[in-house]
Design a protein around this ligand. Sequence first.
Ligand code: DC
Length: 243
Amino acid sequence: TMLPMNDHPAQSHSLIVTIDGPAGSGKSTVARELAGRLGLDSLDTGAMYRCATLIVIEERLDPADPAAVVRAVDRHRIDFDWTRTPPEITLDGRAVDGRLRQPDVNELVSRVASIPELRDLMVRAQRRIAERHPRLVTEGRDQGSVVFPDAEVRFYLDAEAGVRARRRALELQASGQQVDERAILDSIQSRDRLDRERSDSPLQVPEGAIRVDTGTLTASQVVDELESAVRGYLARAASGGPA
Ligand code: DC
């Protein structure tokens, strides 16, 4: 999209930045930090699928029954408290983020996220969020490929499974948990498989996406790279050139 010549306040113009990639590629940290540097809102779409999964768990639903899952998710309100940085996810007004990172949710979320009818619901919710937060960094698995194919800047973060398992292990250790790195690697690999092989919106590199291998970079080096790509885009858009 090009800015009209007389539309000077770049601040008011919509700017959607998507970040996709596999589990443990560092998306959430990077998305949050990039949003902070650029003064954009940030959206963690994985948290929305985790929240739907929590509903499935709490209501003891069968994930093999899509209609029941969608009906249940529809009855609840998955929302974000935008007064917080990063925005905090709520389920019917309850802060649930910590709960969403527990093992039972980790184990079930890929299955729930593979339900096409549920994905439709989430995609529509994400587009509604972007209407109200049009200056947004949004991260997930399908943000640049399916949800916002016209996003101004699209990124794809990657790293080898072993590197991602290592990172997750260090994170868990830092929060005082016992870790079995081998088990983490297994779970990352099986999640990768499910995310890549599902028939609806499998994880893929969006067209036109800038790929960044985060394996040898620190989070802040990754953010440096993304920030300069977005600033480059903005400079080209402002000068009326091809974006
Ligand atoms: O990024 P995460 O680990 O919080 O994601 C949780 C799960 O949700 C993961 O299995 C992939 C899935 N997901 C998805 O299918 N589409 C998205 N846009 C975001 C996450």
